[in-house]
Design a protein around this ligand. Structure first.
Ligand SMILES: [Fe+2]
Ligand SMILES: [Fe+2]
Length: 185
């Protein structure tokens, strides 16, 4: 009978594949971005993603397993959609908002999976793996927050056809406790 450890390793191979796909996709998304701050944020996350792959290799080691990937069909789909919006909205003022949305879908998939993996590592009694996974999770959450910040600072307004210096009214709700969308917290 398969146990929690098997589930853990299976999800780990899923993320190992996903991170490699993200590593390949981020330069394309950065190239498609027309806002400099977004381009920089995507390239910074590319560097962090290299680190995630190294940390995942260490997590495999913690369980005496060889690092390996198993096709992550969800990430394939998310990244394919990212490429689609990058193409569909090229030369549009909506492009940066579209790329942020695509990037946040990826981050949320990563956050969900790393959250589970971290919990399971703890249940399996492997503290070292748990803290490595926590470190990755924190970088994914920080990246997600950065994308929200960039959307609110300019890309969403730009998508509405307003420039950065324009009034914030109407672009998004700034009332405390009111979220503009589920993705952009
Ligand atoms: Fe990652
Ligand atoms: Fe990420």
């Amino acid at each position: 009978m398969k146990a929690l450890k098997d589930l853990f390793i299976e999800e780990l191979t899923d993320m190992y594949d996903a991170e490699h796909r993200i590593l390949k996709a981020l330069p394309r998304l950065a190239k498609a971005a027309t806002a400099d701050d977004l381009k920089q944020a995507l390239l910074l996350h590319l560097k962090e993603t290299e680190g995630h792959i190294k940390k995942l290799q260490q997590v495999f080691q913690c369980f005496n397993e060889k690092a390996r990937g198993r096709t992550c069909t969800s990430m394939m789909g998310l990244l394919e959609e990212g490429d689609e919006v990058a193409t569909d909205f090229r030369s549009s003022p909506v492009i940066n908002a579209a790329l942020i949305s695509a990037a946040q879908k990826v981050e949320h998939y990563e956050m969900a999976t790393y959250g589970c993996l971290r919990e399971w590592a703890g249940l399996l009694g492997n503290e070292e793996a748990g803290s490595l996974l926590q470190e990755i999770l924190e970088e994914e959450m920080a990246a997600d927050e950065k994308f929200t910040e960039l959307a609110r600072a300019g890309s969403n307004r730009e998508a509405l056809g307003e420039d950065d210096s324009g009034p914030a009214d109407g672009a998004i709700s700034e009332r405390p406790g009111v979220r503009s969308s589920a993705m952009q917290r």
